[in-house]
Write a protein that binds this ligand. Sequence first.
Ligand code: NAD
Length: 318
Amino acid sequence: MRILVTGGCGFIGSNFIRHMLRKYPDYEIINLDKLTYAGNPDNLRDVENNKNYEFIRGDICDSKIVGKIVLKVDAIINFAAESHVDNSIRSSREFIQTNVLGTLNLLEFARVNKIKKFLQISTDEVYGSIDKGSFSEDSLVKPSSPYSASKASAELLVMSYVVTHRFPAIISRSSNNYGPCQYPEKIIPLFITNLLEGKKIPLYGDGKNVRDWIHVQDNCEAIDFIFHNGKIGEIYNIGGGTEKENIEVAKFLLGEFDKSESFIEFVEDRKGHDRRYALNCEKLRKLGWKPKVNFDKGLKETVKWYVKNKDWWKRLKK
Ligand code: NAD
């Protein structure tokens, strides 16, 4: 099996490629990544000489490159995206370009070349916010930010290909990931690295926004599981089952660094900030997968990773 993974130099994509190369020694992975500010070849230094791995620098919107690569692969897993909500609020154009038009470009070449499977990596943010209960895969899609709107748009295109062209696609919607190699713009690595630098940690609004955290290794295993066992045309929620208020995460991290709550700096809330995300993951459980990593343990290990890999994040924070 030869798989095109897009956006493989980012946070989840790099963890996923490492996972796949380790678990399936007879699979070949081609990683197509544009290397935006969030793409970092250092994330995959340890596998760059693996004979089953090839890196190609390029844009998923570039028909020439995509057209050539798709001829060589059996399946596509599309991680490539602009992924930071705050950036999408400042400027949305790049989000539509990559997340929507880039996905369309991949779909079109995949359709023409009769790709066997296409897995679209999406997000729980497409549902928008929920005060009580949780979203199942049938819930209404009601994105709040330009980022989540772009991811929802990409999903609609994928599903339209399933219906119109009997295209073999599946969608995964995961909750918030944490773990090694996450760009220090996102809340957990931002807080950890700020604390390592002796700086305060900026908390939006009252800090009571709730996220369901999943360790990136769990998400990679779930994506692998869905890729192999998911049904064509279906959507699968992937949640960690660990709902936390942002302020709880902040206090946990302060505890890890023996810092007082005076290190929290409350800042003006994000525009349109979703209050709570929550996923019902029964569908994936029934299919046979559930998360393994305990949040406290996973977060402590993540802190250790950032302590040990100062060179990695210091270059990015300059
Ligand atoms: P990331 O920002 O760390 O990485 C994105 C990668 O995509 C980078 O390597 C970047 O260079 C690459 N890329 C961007 N535009 C590209 C283009 N036009 N062509 C080729 N490559 C391009 O993102 P991440 O956190 O690893 O997220 C990966 C995927 O998972 C995204 O689709 C995101 O929407 C989704 N997701 C992320 C989370 C999360 O908590 N991080 C949760 C749910 C879903």
